[in-house]
Design a protein around this ligand. Structure first.
Ligand code: NAD
Length: 440
C-alpha cells in the first residue's frame, strides 16, 4: 500500500490522531495552475495531494481545500473550493459520518464541483464550493452545546479563509447551526430570518421544480400540467408544497408516498377533497417508480435513478428536487436517455435553495425580481428557459441531458465575475503566501 493509500484509508478520527502526532492543526491543498500541481501545506500530506490530483473522477482542478481540527470534540472541518471565476465559492456545509478519509475527501470534491455547476447554470455570480464536517462518532451530535461549539468553530474557519468560500445550510445543518456560524463570521448565508437572513428556501425550490416540469412538457409537444398525473416521492419541505402547486395547475391526479406516517396523515388532511393518492412506505421502498403517471418527481433522497428503478419507470418525464438523483451520473443518464425518458437534471431544477439565499447581503424587496426571474418563462437563465435549452441541445446532439447541462455549466463557470474578476483565486493565493496553516 502506498503512503497516500495508508492515509486515505484511515478513518477521520485515526487521521486526526495522525495529524496530532505531527503537530498539525490546520492544513491545505492548493492548486497551482502554472505548475499544474496540487500543493500541500505540509510535506507529510503531499502524498494525499498527489493522490487527489491523480484522481480523474472527483478532482477537477479544485482551486483550494482548507481543513482544521476543531479545538473541541476532535472534528475534522473542511472547506472545498472548486472554482471561483464567477465569484466566491458558494455552497452548503454538510455534517456527515464518513468511514474513511477517502470518502470524506471525495464527497467534498464532488459536491463542490456540483455547486460550481448549479450556480453557473443558474446564471449566479457565484463560484462553487462545499463545506464538510466529518462526524466524530464519540460525540453526541444532537447535544445543542456540542453543536453550538462545532458550528462556531466552523464560522471561525470561514473567517480565517477570508471569504474564498461562503458557506450555507445543507444536509444535517439547521438554522440554529447557521446562526452559530454567523456569530463568528460574515462569510455565510442561509441565516435565520430574525438575523436578517432569507429563511427556509423550500417553497421557491418547489416552484422551481414546477418550472422544470413545464419546460419538459413544452419540449415534448407544447403540453402543460393540466390533466396530468404526477407521482411524488417524499412529501417533506419541498414535496408537500409541490403537491399544492401541482393542484393549482389543475393536474388530474397526484400519487405520493413518504416513509413518515405523520407526514402522510398531515398531507392527506391538507389535500382532502383533492385527487391525491398517498401511501406510507418503508425506507428503501421504490414502488412509486413503477406507477402509471406522466411525470415522476423524486423529492426524497439521492441515487434513486439506477439500473433497478429505471426499467420500471412508466413516466415520460422525471423532474424532482432531490439532489444527486442519478446513482451514477454517466450510466444512469444514458439509461434514461435510451429509454426515451426526459430527465430534467436535478441541479438545474432544484437551484432555488441556493438562489434564495446566495445574495442575502443585497437585502430584500417584495417579490424580489432577482429571485423571481428564475421562475419566469422568459429570462434567459430561468429554470424554464435553461431547461428548454438543455433538452433541445440534448435532442440535437443525441446526448443525455445531464451531460449537456454539465457542458453548459462548465463553460459558464469559466466566465470571470464582471466586477471582482477571479478574486477567489487571489484570496487562496494570499492564504498560501501567508502560510495560513501556521496561524493557530
Ligand atoms: P425533507 O427532509 O423535508 O423531505 C424529504 C421527505 O422524504 C421526508 O418527509 C422523508 O420522510 C421522505 N422520505 C425519505 N426517504 C423516502 C423514501 N424512500 N420514500 C418516500 N419518502 C421518503 O427534505 P426537503 O427539504 O423536502 O428536500 C427534499 C430533497 O430535495 C432532498 O434531497 C434535498 O437535498 C433536496 N433539495 C432541497 C432543497 C430545499 O430547498 N429544501 C433545495 C435543493 C434540493
Amino acid at each position: 500500500m502506498s503512503r497516500a493509500e495508508e492515509l486515505i484509508n484511515l478513518s477521520p478520527q485515526e487521521f486526526i490522531r495522525f495529524l496530532r502526532k505531527q503537530n498539525i492543526k490546520k492544513f491545505f491543498f492548493v492548486y497551482d495552475q502554472n505548475k499544474n500541481n496540487l500543493i500541500s501545506s505540509h510535506q507529510q500530506l503531499q502524498p494525499v495531494a498527489d493522490y487527489i490530483q491523480a484522481d480523474k473522477r472527483d478532482f477537477m482542478e479544485h482551486e483550494g481545500m482548507f481543513f482544521q481540527i476543531s479545538k473541541n470534540y476532535d472534528t475534522l472541518q473542511g472547506a472545498f473550493v472548486h472554482r471561483t471565476n464567477r465569484g466566491q465559492a458558494a455552497g452548503g456545509v454538510r455534517y456527515w459520518h464518513y468511514d474513511k478519509m477517502e470518502d470524506y475527501l471525495r464527497d467534498g470534491l464532488r459536491l463542490a464541483k456540483g455547486m460550481t455547476r448549479k450556480n453557473a447554470l443558474a446564471g449566479l455570480w457565484w463560484g462553487g464550493g462545499k463545506g464538510v464536517m466529518a462526524h466524530n462518532p464519540s460525540v453526541d451530535k444532537y447535544d445543542p452545546d456540542i453543536r453550538a461549539s462545532l458550528y462556531r468553530e466552523y464560522g471561525e474557519l470561514m473567517t480565517s479563509i477570508r471569504g474564498c468560500y461562503v458557506t450555507a445550510e445543507d444536509v444535517g445543518t439547521n438554522v440554529t447551526d447557521m446562526a452559530n456560524i454567523f456569530s463568528q463570521t460574515r462569510f455565510t448565508t442561509c441565516i435565520p430570518h430574525n438575523l436578517g437572513g432569507s429563511g427556509n428556501p423550500s417553497i421557491p425550490t418547489a416552484r422551481g421544480v414546477i418550472c422544470g416540469m413545464e419546460a419538459a412538457l413544452k419540449f415534448i409537444g407544447n403540453e402543460t400540467l393540466e390533466g396530468k398525473t404526477v407521482a411524488v416521492q417524499g412529501m417533506g419541505n419541498v414535496g408537500g408544497p409541490l403537491i399544492g402547486f401541482l393542484f393549482d395547475k389543475n393536474v388530474k391526479k397526484v400519487i405520493s408516498c413518504d416513509v413518515n406516517p405523520d407526514i402522510v396523515k398531515k398531507l392527506k388532511d391538507e389535500f382532502a377533497g383533492k385527487n391525491l393518492q398517498v401511501n406510507a412506505v418503508e425506507r428503501g421502498d421504490n414502488s412509486i417508480f413503477s406507477v402509471e403517471c406522466d411525470i415522476l418527481a423524486p423529492c426524497a433522497t439521492g441515487a434513486v435513478l439506477n439500473p433497478q428503478t429505471i426499467p420500471q419507470i412508466k413516466a415520460k418525464i422525471i423532474c424532482g428536487a432531490a439532489n444527486n438523483q442519478l446513482e451514477d451520473s454517466e450510466r444512469d443518464d444514458r439509461l434514461l436517455y435510451e429509454r426515451g425518458i426526459i430527465y430534467v437534471p436535478d441541479f438545474l431544477t432544484n437551484r432555488m435553495g441556493i438562489v434564495n439565499c446566495a445574495n442575502e447581503q443585497d437585502g430584500y424587496v417584495n417579490n424580489d425580481p432577482l429571485i423571481e426571474r428564475h421562475l419566469t418563462k422568459d429570462w434567459e437563465y430561468s429554470v424554464y428557459q435553461t431547461g428548454l435549452r438543455v433538452l433541445k441541445e440534448s435532442k440535437e446532439t443525441a446526448t443525455p441531458p445531464s451531460k449537456v447541462a454539465i457542458r453548459m455549466a462548465d463553460k459558464l463557470s469559466l466566465e470571470n465575475h464582471p466586477v471582482a474578476g477571479h478574486r477567489g483565486r487571489q484570496i487562496i493565493d494570499s492564504l498560501a503566501a501567508d502560510r495560513w496553516h501556521e496561524d493557530i
